[in-house]
Design a protein. Structure first.
Length: 290
């Protein structure tokens, strides 16, 4: 509950920043235009973001005939979570990774890379898929789509400020416009980062509960982190705004993580999962797989 409240406050702050930039550029009219743009972009993202991201990564849908083990695993985990069966996709990429997308649990999809399926054990893959289903269960897929859309819109609008900076009716002036062009995207990125990191920790917790074995997910995170630091995900490198969707930052290969990374530190995530396994005791080791 506290996490959801925090996320709502942060999204409200990002929306206010977007409207504030519109007001500074064009007064009340600018704010109104910014509001309409925000509504339009979020409506488009609500209905189309899942199709866009799956197409971007060349994901192919699979079923029990083409990927029986993965589909049956996801079905069992979805049953554990009390969720409808999502669509299942595979991405041809050697970097182990996965993400979930979709506007709600009834229209959700989970995607795993070929690297994930070939380089991790079935138990570790189950931990990863449980994490992605946790995002679906918490409706994080919609939340992260909205924040990514707003962050992109803020950067776009901040760039417009430079064109209006020389207008004598503009309260910013040229220097103010330049400052906004630099600072507004940074502020949006920080808010987006805070939202995404909070959701990743929560998805780790819920995902561990769904599969019943926190150490499966902990082991998977360590392996994915190691491989992601050595194997490129070229599509993610070309579209860094989509990096927040993955369970581990896919941009590590080009060292683009740091202050603005949308993922929490992997070691901290693993430590929390190990602590959770300790709290669960024998129950964390009792559930078999398959």
């Amino acid at each position: 509950m506290a996490n959801s409240l925090r996320t709502g406050v942060l999204i409200a702050a990002m929306t206010a920043l977007f409207l504030g930039i519109g007001y500074l550029i064009g007064g009340m009219g600018g704010a109104a235009i910014a509001f309409v743009i925000a509504l339009g972009m979020n409506a488009f993202a609500y209905w189309n973001s899942d199709k866009m991201v799956l197409r971007m990564y060349g994901a192919r849908q699979v079923d029990e005939a083409t990927a029986p083990d993965l589909v049956r695993m996801v079905r069992q985990l979805a049953d554990n979570a009390g969720l409808p069966m999502p669509k299942v996709f595979i991405i041809d990429n050697d970097q182990p990774n996965a993400f979930a997308t979709g506007r709600n649990p009834e229209n959700a999809a989970v995607a795993a890379t070929t690297g994930l399926l070939s380089r991790l054990t079935p138990q570790e893959v189950a931990g990863v898929m449980a994490h992605e289903l946790a995002h679906v269960k918490s409706r994080d897929t919609l939340t992260m789509t909205i924040t990514a859309t707003l962050a992109g819109a803020i950067s776009m609008l901040a760039n417009f400020a430079l064109f209006f900076g020389s207008d004598r009716n503009n309260p910013l002036g040229l220097l103010g416009a330049i400052a906004m062009m630099v600072l507004a995207p940074i502020a949006a990125g920080l808010v987006q980062m805070a939202i995404s990191r909070a959701r990743e920790y929560e998805a780790d917790r819920i995902g561990a509960e769904i599969c019943g074995r926190p150490l499966w997910l902990a082991s998977a995170l360590e392996k994915i982190q190691g491989f992601a630091s050595r194997i490129d995900n070229d599509v993610a490198e070309r579209n860094p705004a989509s990096a927040q969707l993955f369970i581990i930052n896919p941009l590590h290969a080009h060292k683009r993580d740091g202050l603005f990374t949308t993922h929490p530190n992997t070691a901290n995530r693993v430590a929390r999962l190990r602590e959770m396994a300790g709290d669960m005791g024998d129950a964390a080791q009792a559930r078999p797989w398959g």
